[in-house]
Design a protein. Sequence first.
Length: 294
Amino acid sequence: MPQIKTILAPVDFSDRSRHGLEHAAAFARLFDSRVIVAHFLPPSPYEYAAFDEGFFAAAAWPDIGDVRDKLEERLDALIAQANLTTPTDKIIRRGDPVTEIEEIIQQQGVDMVMLPTHGYGPFRRFVLGSVTNKVLHDVSIPVFTGAHVPEIATVDKEPYKRIACAIDLLEHSEDVLRWAHALSQTCADDLVVIHAAPQVEVGGAYGDWFPPESREQIVKTARQGVEEMLSKLGIAAEVHVDSAEPVSYIRATADRAYADLLVIGRGPTHGLLAGIREHAYAIIREAPCPVVSV
């Protein structure tokens, strides 16, 4: 079973962060986790301060002590709205959010970070917030994200009944599968495993085109690899394999499977989900449901 004893949920008081906190509350109920709700004030602008028609910008920058009580009241209201009932701590700091998040992870032994992404309306598929982007790249613990979080209704008491897991058949995939399977054993009715085998063009007489039987063999071999990995780990799952472009295939298959949550791996340097920069960003942007990258 995933060990999720402490969850970090940074918030900025937007509707997006409220929805993200609702998902943190849902995970906390599943694992009886402690939740750290954190808010970060922008750094002081002294390095940018200058007189402009008699106005000194840094002089107007609020001291954290002057606003702490008000911010704690707002955090309390947000916690109540999210129905967060497990033990909860509040942290208010001034500084770069990514640096502060990384420090809290180390200091508090955080097991998962809940980060709804930026990207609004029709642009949500093209943009990840800079904070989410860097946290995904820098930290080693699971990260919950969702470019669509504001579009999701308030999560219910059992929000993750169908869990999908995208794998690439490399070594890290076993860890990803174990994590997804353990989560499904905790809260889900079904586990769906998705694998995009190498994409090939078929039907041409020359060039980069392959005979039709080549594609069939690629899919057959890939499916066998998935089933062997599942057998090795003792996991039963619904399997989807095709020779296809990874991001679009994972998105479409998770959508057709009515997945409530997608689990992916973010390996550092290689593989189908090779490093966060190659495919995982795009999967997070495109996914029809929240994503946990392990």
